[in-house]
Design a protein around this ligand. Structure first.
Ligand SMILES: Cc1ncc(COP(=O)(O)O)c(C=O)c1O
Length: 415
């Protein structure tokens, strides 16, 4: 795809693939969709891939010798290879399809954590973890007698790496770190954290839900033991997530769910397990979703992950600068030129929910609340924040629409 003078992406051409962006909302306003960190939209080729599967070769995988089943099986298995390669993994044996990032966290916490953790072990998280990891490791720690610790954040929203170096010790069994914070936008030095963890014989699970959709990721370079992300945040369908795991770890781990397809041999007394990734995909898996997610990867890679990242960084910095022009706005996290495509903020005197609802009247869709980071909001000292998040199809005009709508809200709430 050719870039125009607007930047590294031909946004107009991209937007043509997303008919939903043509929608009007709130009784006639143009939709300005700035809630991409929650869920992104789905381009025509991905919608077509889903329809094509159901129209032409809908069938169960790994179960039939008939032609439709074979076609579905090949497409589904190839999708694992594509998703593995997308994050720098070797092949399908390192890529498990789950329901979402949350299920990927639960899979490792239960299949690995429940068996491996015990009293005296520590699981080190960051203060900016999403509930998907935070609640999950809390529960498994509770069950096993392990302890959960949190690497603090600095005043400007970075991870305190001195504290990290002190907190990760020989007692640490696993570090779980979000790659890009969905609230602060902080891009965490996950490679450095991996080195510290490995120096102490611990594993690292990287939550890539916000990173994998928005930049090139290389799990080998990070040296991540596990890396998780969700299809619905990267132009794919809902209902599919991805868990990259190092080959030997997935091979050693116990299954998470039991049932069909995850077994090798079953007797009335016992069973043995299939090889990864199928060992972790019990029952009929996410066939249409997996095939469509592979199409989403093609779409992203045709545009180029570096171009997507550059486009988003420019928009994010612009939004940060525009929003902080007035001193009644607090933006949380690092400066505008050093963050992922997320800007969480509060406007003095306006609750984030009120702000979001007024913005909706102007067609501007943002998220308001705690963004599944309640403890982080406690640390920030606010009950909630408004969050605008950007993707490859967003424009500077849409940032201007956001800022104008915030100004309208300011007028409504003016004393
Ligand atoms: C950083 C992060 N981790 C995990 C999740 C959970 O993703 P899912 O709801 O797809 O499981 C999200 C979703 O917002 C997220 O932003």
């Amino acid at each position: 795809m050719e870039a125009t003078e607007q930047g590294p992406i031909d946004v107009e051409a991209v937007r043509a693939d997303f008919p939903i962006l043509e929608r009007e909302v709130a009784g006639g306003e143009d939709l300005v969709y700035l809630d991409n960190a929650a869920t992104s939209h789905t381009p025509e080729p991905v919608v077509d891939a889903i329809a094509d599967y159901y129209r032409r070769y809908n069938s169960n995988v790994h179960r039939g010798l008939h032609e439709l089943s074979q076609e579905a099986s090949v497409a589904y298995e190839d999708a694992h290879d594509k998703l593995a390669a997308f994050v720098g993994g070797e092949d399908r044996e390192e890529m498990v399809f789950t329901k979402n990032t949350t299920e990927a966290e639960n899979l490792v916490a239960f299949a690995w954590g429940l068996n491996e953790l015990g009293p005296g072990d520590e699981v080190v998280l960051t203060q900016m973890e999403h509930h998907a990891s935070l609640v999950t490791w809390q529960q498994v720690a509770d069950e096993t007698g392990a302890e959960v610790k949190y690497i603090p954040i600095t005043d400007d929203g970075y991870l305190d790496m001195d504290a990290a170096a002190d907190m990760i010790t020989d007692d640490t069994a696993l570090v779980n770190a979000v790659h890009i914070s969905n609230t602060l936008g902080t891009v965490n030095p996950v490679g450095e954290l991996a080195d510290i963890a490995h120096d102490h014989g611990a594993y690292i699970f990287v939550d890539g839900a916000q990173a994998a959709p928005t930049r090139a990721v290389d799990v080998q370079e990070i040296d991540a033991d596990f890396y998780a992300f969700s299809g619905h945040k990267m132009l794919g369908p809902t209902g599919i997530g991805c868990l990259y795991g190092k080959r030997h770890l997935l091979a050693e781990m116990e299954p998470f769910l039991y049932g069909g397809d995850m077994i090798e041999r079953v007797s009335y007394e016992d069973a043995t397990w299939n090889d990864p990734p199928w060992k972790f995909e019990a029952g009929t898996p996410v066939i249409a979703q997996g095939i469509a997610l592979a199409e989403a990867v093609d779409y992203l890679q045709d545009i180029g992950m570096d171009a997507i990242r550059a486009h988003e960084e420019a928009l994010t910095e612009y939004a940060y600068d525009q929003l902080t022009m007035t001193d009644d706005v607090d933006v949380y996290g690092p400066p505008g030129d050093d963050r992922g495509a997320v800007v969480s903020f509060n406007v003095d005197g306006i609750h984030a929910h009120d702000l979001s609802s007024i913005l909706n009247d102007y067609g501007v869709a943002i998220r308001a609340g705690d963004h599944c980071t309640q403890p982080l909001h406690d640390t920030l000292g606010v009950p909630a924040s408004a969050r605008a998040s950007f993707y490859l199809y967003n424009t500077r005009d849409e940032v201007d629409a956001l800022v104008a709508a915030v100004d309208e809200a300011r007028q409504i709430f003016a004393p």
